[in-house]
Design a protein around this ligand. Structure first.
Ligand code: SF4
Length: 114
């Protein structure tokens, strides 16, 4: 499948999944397009639409936690940021994703305190 068609297919597949989790695609179309392109390339290479922003390891079980959309595996972390790690998905009420910060999980408690 050509990359553009696969990007469209991933969009179609992911939209209802993330909708049920309270998320939507980022309204920054350029970012969504770029990230989907990376995912389509990873999928073409590995057979799996891995996260374009998180490194794979040799541990298959660990790698399954970064198959897109990985929100269920990182719910607390992403809900606190109102975005997934890459920013491909944001909470449904987000209108300006540029205002959201990418916060490492181990820094969450500090940020939660404010
Ligand atoms: S961080 Fe976002 S783009 Fe990356 S796999 Fe998870 S849901 Fe997909």
């Amino acid at each position: 499948m050509n990359p553009e068609a696969r990007k469209a297919a991933l969009r179609f597949l992911f939209a209802p999944l993330v909708d049920k989790l309270g998320y939507k695609f980022t309204p920054v179309e350029e970012d969504a397009d770029f990230l989907l392109e990376q995912e389509a390339a990873l999928e073409a290479e590995t057979g799996i639409p891995y996260c374009p922003c998180q490194a794979r390891t040799k541990d298959r079980a660990e790698n399954m936690r970064i198959v897109c959309p990985c929100i269920p595996f990182h719910r607390r972390h992403y809900d606190a940021m109102k975005r997934c790690w890459c920013g491909l998905f944001v909470h449904k009420d987000v209108t300006d994703p540029d205002k959201l910060k990418q916060i490492p999980e181990n820094k969450l408690d500090l940020t939660d305190a404010h």
